[in-house]
Each structure stands twice: as C-alpha cells, then as structure tokens.
Design a protein around this ligand. Sequence first.
Ligand code: AMP
Length: 271
Amino acid sequence: MKILLNNQALIKKIRPFSDIGFVPTMGGIHKGHISLINRSIKSNQKTIVSIFVNPKQFDKIKDYKSYPSNINNDLTILKRIKKLDYVYIPKFKDIYENNKQSNIKIEKKYKILCAKFRNGHFEGVLDVMNRLTKLIKPKKIFMGEKDFQQLFLVKKFIEKKFNTKVIGCKTIRNKNKLALSSRNFLLTKKELKEVEKISNKFLKLKIKIKNIREINRFLQKSKKEIENFFNIKIEYLENRSIKNLSKSNKYKGSRIFLAYYFKEIRLIDNF
Ligand code: AMP
C-alpha cells in the first residue's frame, strides 16, 4: 500500500492505470469503509482510498473540528488490507488551490432530508467529489447506502459528467444492528449501548409499517413517541421512494430515512 500525500505523487502513480476503483472517505476507518474497499478490490485493477475531512461540507465549525479522524489509526487498519494499492491523503490546497470556486447547486426538489437541515452540505460534497473525480479519473466509485441521499446525489451528478460509475454498497451494522459510522467513535461505551437501543427502536418501524396505509402519518406519531421516550431530538423520520426520494406511503421501493441528535452527535440511518 502506497501512501500519496500530494497531487504530484498521486498523478505519477495512478496515471498509467485506466481501471481504478475509488473509495472516498473522511477517515475514522471502520468495517463499513472496509466493505467498500473490498468491493473495489474485487472489481478493479487498482484501488485507491482517499482520506480527506472536507471542511466545505460542514455547516457547523464545531462538527468539523470534532470530526473523529485519526490518520495513524486509519493507516494501521488500511495496511492490513493486503490488496489495497493506494491511500491518498491530500492537503486542503491539493483539492482547492488553483481551482475556480464552485457554483454547484442542489435542485430544489432535493432540498429535503439532510439537505434541508445541513445548509450547503451536499453542495460541499458534490464540489469535492467533482474535484476528486477529475483528479483520479476512476472507472468506479464505491459509496455506502448508509448515506443514501449522498449516494443518490453524487451518482446523479458524477455519472452525468464523467465516464465513471458510482456503485452503492449496503450498510454494514455491528452485532447489535447499529449502522457503523465514524461518529460512533465519539460515543462512550454506555452511550453506544443507548444509541443501539434507539437504533433498534427505529429498525422495528420497518416491520410495523408493512401493514399500514398512511405510513408517513404513522411515522410522524412515532417520531414524537421516540423523542419523548429517549429524550432525543429527531430531525426527520420519513418514508421516501428510493427512485426519486419523494415522500411515499408505499412499503415497496421505499426506505425510512432518519436523522437525530444524541447529545451533540448527529446520527443518520435508512433502511
Ligand atoms: P465517511 O468517511 O463517513 O464520509 O464515509 C465514506 C464512505 O463510507 C461513504 O460512501 C459512506 O456512505 C460509506 N459508509 C459509511 N458508513 C458505512 C456503513 N456503515 N456501511 C457501508 N458504508 C458506509
């Protein structure tokens, strides 16, 4: 595994290859990231992982500053993946210097879910994905369904503009069914147990809505109940079509999307 610390090193190493699989991350590497890396290794000649905590996608400076990335830890984990070729760890200037300011906008109809609550977040994500894709020219990009709205928007944007496929990969959960997330590293053991309980409460809704007609009305009611029971603030709890993210009362072809704050930590899931 070669570590590439700037664009010169990156370009020199990867240019000879046309069949590159790319896994963008913000570090805090866990088994969710590793599942994407393994998918890429299986289907591409070379695999590159990036670690870059992109300041432009954070709407709150505190959230950016406390983002749980630990490069040494990450490298120790990544080195164990025998067939991983490259880790790219750019500096801010590698991504943003000599580049025009972005004018990427999210369509109004997609200003829902996280886009509604995190101002400028997806504009920042699309901007960095645009820059990374231009640089790396991957054949495929592997992203998690854990961040379904991100996967949806990036796929739409990148596949229209580049000769690159964006592949969605299923959400990896721990043994108690909590979706793995770098933000879980911010939780104490006791808090993790509590979050697992909350997560299971949400997951049970998926069974409950099977025989319900007005799914979103039911979820509105459940939202209040869960907020009161666990003393948490839920930003959204909605059933939406996986095709176009519009609100849906159908069980099939839809997912429940949710975001909530546990103390100061914002967690999301969908299933
Ligand atoms: P992040 O480092 O959080 O920006 O995530 C980098 C990539 O890993 C994104 O495509 C995420 O959707 C994906 N990812 C994060 N958590 C999981 C998970 N639990 N299962 C699968 N993919 C994940």
